[in-house]
Ligand binder design. Structure first.
Ligand code: ZN
Length: 90
């Protein structure tokens, strides 16, 4: 992994995450990255999904930011949908 560079900032990549991308996206369009589920992985392995798995190299700092934002988004959605009992301080 040492020969790879972070896809986000260009520093040395020490981590990576797997993402799923759709097929047939024009080169001049920004691709949507999906978080692959086990069902997606199995469908790709079986050749019934047009998606494909890619390794996204990340440096430690950008990896941390991706993880923090994922965590924050999940907590935000749970809170907004009243699936967390978080109360504002008075
Ligand atoms: Zn980076």
């Amino acid at each position: 992994m040492n020969d790879k560079v972070c896809d986000c900032c260009g520093k040395a990549a020490v981590n990576s995450i797997q993402i799923m991308t759709g097929a047939n996206v024009p080169l001049n369009k920004t691709r949507r990255n999906y978080l692959p589920s086990l069902t997606n992985r199995n469908a790709i392995d079986e050749g019934v999904s047009p998606g494909r798995l890619e390794e996204l190299p990340l440096c430690a700092s950008c990896m941390r930011t991706v993880e923090d934002n994922f965590r924050a988004t999940i907590l935000y959605l749970k809170s907004e949908n009243e699936r967390l009992n978080i109360q504002e301080a008075g």
